[in-house]
Design a protein around this ligand. Structure first.
Ligand code: HEM
Length: 493
């Protein structure tokens, strides 16, 4: 029998062995990482970019840039050219802006994994379509795709109609010729639309002065983005213990509780076939767990309202500055749908031509998703460089859309340039392309069209103000507002 003394003596030996094993493992990881980094560094050495600092890379430069992170990358891409390199912490990000390179990346069926920038969306979106990868993503995408079939889209158009009355009412209260910020009105509209189409819930946020749900959503979105480019907030143990991390957790809990309540209600009351959630719940017996459903609903709430409100608000901004374009557009609307606001159908919304050009040109200048990102699982051969596996690629849509060879005078809003013969088709990627393109593209276009038609039937828009502060808080954002004036086209009794 071992005495207590012998046992005590063997403790330091066991501890020593444990420390040796841990140190051995750590050195193995470090050697492996250095070997990988050596390969990555070797491949990337000729790609220009700002000099990185040790440990933080270009993080501090980006997050402290006086004009904001988006402007930091725009200015650097202008300085370093169509392919440039930035280090976020110890991770290399290659920014690509050339249409041919963008096409190579988006058509690649092997490199579909999202980069670390999306990791900070995972606490919110979990394994939803935007953030997941591999078989999980493939199976979910296949099951979710039918939610956007013709039958469902027709039902969704009805929701767009129903929610527009409140929006028009809110705009009417602003149509006295005084300047106002249009974004809060549009975002409430798209939020009402997405809650009804994704959860079957009429929240009527447009009728509320203040919406705690919207405030929570805004906070979660903003904090997720702040975290992306600030490597000091990356470790969970730092983030979770800071005020910002606690605010994030509190707001996320509120969003999730809300969604779970709706799921439970649906399970008790029964399903219909009107919302995305109903379709997912009917799949629940098979591939989808309740957590999967929560993740997908959160993903749709995120991907489906901020993007469309951003697109609509910026289109209104463009129209408020270009009376000639607005006049031509109104003529098309009046000819197709009359001067009075009425119910639009899916079929109606297929009949526009100039409207489609206006939307596309505005989304070229103000792409709601300004940048998308992948981590390479396999080497990727671009036109002028080979990017090694392990490196991150940022497809910088904002600058892709400003290629002066394809879009002469790129900063000029000119809907007539759309569909010009010589455009490279990958030079426009507002909805991305390839396997991981936007699953909600048709839905989005129908919603944008229906909203714009109704607004233009009712109001004339003018007095737009130039936007000097533009940021990328997950979606393109004008933090100081999108200001304009509106007046009724005709006085109604
Ligand atoms: C103007 C509006 C919209 C724009 C500009 C837009 C843009 C995009 C872009 C660029 C992506 C690719 C993201 C990436 O690779 O990281 C994407 C993906 C996605 N979008 Fe949209 N989107 C819009 C509206 C919508 C709507 C209305 C929905 C849903 C109702 C939606 C749902 C999704 C989903 C689920 C994905 C992930 C697809 C996947 O990876 O399989 N989007 N969107």
């Amino acid at each position: 029998m071992r005495t207590a003394k012998q046992t005590l003596q063997s403790v330091p030996i066991m501890l020593f062995i444990l420390i040796v094993i841990i140190l051995g493992l750590l050195s193995l990881i470090l050697v492996n990482r250095r070997k990988n980094n050596r390969r990555i560094n070797e491949y990337l050495k000729d790609i220009p970019g700002p000099s990185p600092l040790p440990i933080v890379g270009n993080s501090i430069g980006a997050s402290t840039y006086s004009k904001g992170v988006l402007r930091y990358f725009i200015d650097n891409v202008k300085k370093y050219g169509k392919t440039s390199l930035f280090w976020i912490g110890s991770n290399p990000y290659v920014f690509i802006t050339d249409p041919k390179d963008v096409e190579i990346l988006l058509k690649d069926t092997k490199n579909i994994r999202k980069s670390r920038t999306y990791d900070f969306l995972v606490p919110w979106l979990g394994g939803g379509l935007v953030t997941s990868t591999g078989d999980h993503w493939r199976v979910h995408r296949k099951i979710i795709r039918p939610s956007f079939n013709l039958n469902m889209l027709e039902k969704f158009v009805q929701v767009f109609n129903d929610c527009s009355d409140d929006m028009l009412e809110n705009l009417t209260s602003k149509s006295d010729g005084e300047r106002f910020d249009v974004f809060p009105i549009i975002v409430r509209h798209t939020l009402d639309v997405i809650t009804e189409t994704s959860m079957g819930l009429q929240m009527r946020i447009q009728r509320q002065e203040k919406s705690p749900y919207l405030t929570a959503l805004e906070s979660v979105k903003k904090i997720s983005f702040t975290r992306v480019w600030n490597s000091l907030l990356h470790p969970d143990w730092i983030f979770d213990n800071m005020a910002i991390g606690k605010e994030f957790k509190r707001n996320l809990e509120m969003i999730n509780d809300h969604c779970m309540k709706v799921i439970k209600e649906k399970q008790t009351i029964g399903l219909n076939d009107k919302s995305f959630l109903d379709i997912l719940l009917s799949e629940n017996q098979g591939e989808f767990s309740i957590k999967d459903i929560l993740d997908e609903v959160n993903t749709f709430m995120f991907a489906g309202h901020d993007t469309t409100s951003t697109a609509i608000a910026f289109i209104l901004h463009c129209l408020s500055l270009h009376a000639d374009v607005q006049k031509k557009l109104y003529e098309e609307i009046e000819a197709n749908f009359g001067a009075e606001v009425g119910t639009l159908t899916y079929r109606d919304l297929q009949s526009t031509v100039y409207l489609d050009r206006v939307i596309k040109e505005s989304m070229r200048l103000f792409p709601p998703v300004a940048s998308i990102s992948r981590v390479l699982d396999y080497d990727l051969e671009l036109t002028n460089a080979t990017l090694p596996a392990g490196c991150y690629v940022e497809c910088f849509i904002y600058m892709l859309h400003r290629n002066s060879k394809i879009y002469p005078d790129p900063e000029v809003f000119n809907p007539d340039r759309v569909d010009a013969e010589d455009q490279h088709h990958a030079a426009f990627a507002a909805f991305s392309a390839g396997l991981r393109n936007c699953i909600g593209q048709k839905y989005a276009m129908l919603e944008i069209k229906s909203t714009l038609i109704k607004i233009l039937q009712r109001f004339e828009i003018y007095g737009g103000e130039t936007i000097s502060n533009l940021q990328n808080y997950v979606v393109l954002t004008a933090p100081d507002g999108i200001w304009m004036k509106m007046k009724p086209r005709r006085i109604t009794s």
